[in-house]
Design a protein around this ligand. Structure first.
Ligand code: NDP
Ligand SMILES: O=C(O)C1=N[C@H](C(=O)O)C[C@H](O)C1
Length: 240
């Protein structure tokens, strides 16, 4: 496939390495400086765009791809207030859009474990809290992954009205602590505390390879499809 890399930072470069190893070619590497290069690409030059840019840029980038008729896989976090607009545009154009807050298979297993544990803990006397740790360059907080985990807990818990980023805690809301330390690729912890014990589950990424491989596999899977998709759609197919 010809893959357009929209965003050529830490993730764009890791995705390029894996895409080339899997036999794909790179149709373009776009960052802030050379955005206008996209206008010079013809429809047939791009089989799929993989978009890992910034919270401010994602909505414009994804919309541009859908208008050009390019299927797009996005992993950018911190822009989801525009998600319904993107999904509507995708449907209007008959295009293809794939989104995940986290493309690693390990994290997607962790999402399922998180929901299962939250279900078991429903009605038990524990205080639930979450912590995410990322590198100091990260622009958004809490992480997209932490928001997905929080949504999973809230859906199963029954007694939580939403989540709040610490220190703005509020009774009845799941507190999320976002720490920024060195070059940490991504750590997520969900914790249940009582007077007598603590139950904790965590996912610790050792590098960005899992995220990047998941994005490339998603791009391969998306080719030839139209609609709005996420990791559950991909994993359902892979499980069979
Ligand atoms: N879903 C997932 O599995 C994962 C998601 N992410 C998310 O992906 C995003 C990118 O992460 P990361 O690669 O670490 O970030 P980086 O800051 O390393 O890279 C971002 C890249 O996007 C470019 N960019 C910024 N604005 C635009 C624009 N308007 N058009 C095109 N390119 C632009 C930057 O260009 P320049 O350098 O010129 O500023 C840079 O090359 C983040 O939102 C992060 O949270 C990260 C890992 C996994
Ligand atoms: O910015 C990052 O680095 C990461 N962002 C994603 C997120 O916000 O959840 C995924 C991963 O944790 C790395």
């Amino acid at each position: 496939m010809n893959i357009l890399l929209l965003g050529y930072g830490k993730m764009g470069k890791t995705i390029e390495k894996i895409a080339v190893e899997r036999g794909h070619t790179i149709a373009g590497r776009i960052d802030v400086q050379n955005k206008s290069d996209m206008d010079g690409l013809q429809a047939g030059d791009v089989d799929v765009a993989i978009e890992f840019s910034s919270p401010e840029a994602a909505f414009g980038n994804i919309s541009y791809c859908l208008k050009r008729g390019w299927p797009v896989v996005s992993g950018t976090t911190g822009w989801l207030e525009h998600r319904s607009e993107v999904e509507a545009l995708c449907k209007e154009k008959g295009g293809a859009f794939f989104y995940a807050s986290n493309y690693s298979i390990g994290v997607n297993i962790f999402f399922r474990l998180n929901r299962l544990l939250a279900k078991l803990m429903n009605g038990q006397h524990y205080q639930t809290s979450m912590t995410e740790v990322h590198h100091i360059h990260k622009l958004d907080a809490p992480s997209g992954t932490a928001i997905t985990l929080a949504e999973g807990v809230i859906a199963e818990a029954g007694n939580l009205s939403g989540w709040k980023l610490e220190p703005d805690g509020q009774e009845g809301f799941l507190p999320i602590k976002a720490l920024r330390e060195g070059e940490v690729p991504g750590t997520h912890i969900v914790r249940y505390d009582s007077d007598v014990d603590t139950i904790e589950i965590s996912h610790i990424a050792h590098n960005r390879t899992g995220f990047a491989l998941g994005a490339v596999v998603s791009a391969e899977w998306l080719k030839g499809k139209s609609g709005v998709f996420g990791m559950d759609d991909l994993l359902k197919d892979l499980d069979q």
